[in-house]
Design a protein around this ligand. Structure first.
Ligand SMILES: [Zn+2]
Length: 249
């Protein structure tokens, strides 16, 4: 019994170690990529989000300010990390931040149009969370993690002079589309049974849904984004500690 438990624990440790070393290699590959360059910390692109972090999260700001921050292309992130649709990245394992200058479009329906400084702010917020809560690579609760980073982008964007409606349209509709879709099951409405579908089937069903329900998806995601702002984008006093308690890493 005991030895089984130990075997399981050591198996998990080995898997984590393997994940970490693979991930570190991918990150190094991205750092070495010909499109990747260190960002100048005297640049406006860097200063604005860093000032926001200093003001809003003074305890973590110094650690965040020491990180290496790179600019690269979306295609380089996708190639090196074997991922898709990444406009930016914070590695919880190596503490490097990457932002791309050519954020890929989320879809023809809902574009992610965040500016590079907004993407950088988002990734810095992940770093804040990492320094506050530690690096748990299993990250069971990625939803809370993203809710935190997207939610705390809202005051930053307001300070740039944007209204909540503009913020919802510009930065949050893509993210909030899944929230909207949790409330309305378009797959079922079209007669699809997700449990019985292959990946290719799902992709083709999804493109049918996007065509048929383009307006509903847009309106629903906008509404979900406005609700998200009302819930997660509130002013400072009441927000931080309860947010981190809710993260439960
Ligand atoms: Zn994120």
């Amino acid at each position: 019994m005991r030895s089984d438990v130990f075997r399981q624990i050591s198996k998990r440790r080995e898997a984590n170690k393997k994940y970490l070393s693979d991930h570190a290699k991918q990150i190094q590959k991205l750092i070495d990529h010909r499109f990747t360059e260190l960002i100048d910390k005297e640049s406006e692109l860097y200063k604005r989000p860093m000032e926001y972090i200093c003001k809003s999260f003074p305890e973590e700001a110094e650690s965040v300010s020491k990180l290496n921050i790179y600019s690269t292309r979306g295609s380089a992130i996708e190639y090196c990390l074997e991922t898709s649709g990444a406009g930016g990245l914070f590695s919880f394992a190596t503490n490097d931040i990457f932002v791309s200058f050519d954020s890929p479009e989320y879809s023809e329906l809902i574009n992610i149009l965040a500016e590079t400084d907004e993407v950088l702010c988002h990734e810095m917020l992940h770093a804040v969370s990492r320094f506050r809560c530690g690096a748990d690579i299993s990250r069971k609760n990625t939803t809370n993690e993203e809710d935190f980073a997207y939610g705390q982008m809202v005051p930053y964007m307001r300070e740039k002079g944007m209204t909540d409606k503009e913020i919802a349209r510009k930065a949050l509709m893509g993210y909030c589309m899944t929230r909207h879709m949790a409330e309305r099951d378009y797959f079922a409405e079209m007669g699809f049974d997700l449990k019985k579908m292959t990946r290719d089937n799902v992709a083709s069903a999804w493109s049918q849904i996007r065509r048929k329900f383009a307006n509903e998806l847009k309106e629903g995601s906008f509404k979900a984004a406005m609700q998200f702002i009302a819930h997660f984008g509130e002013k400072k006093a009441e927000r931080f500690e309860s947010r981190f308690l809710a993260l439960e890493f």
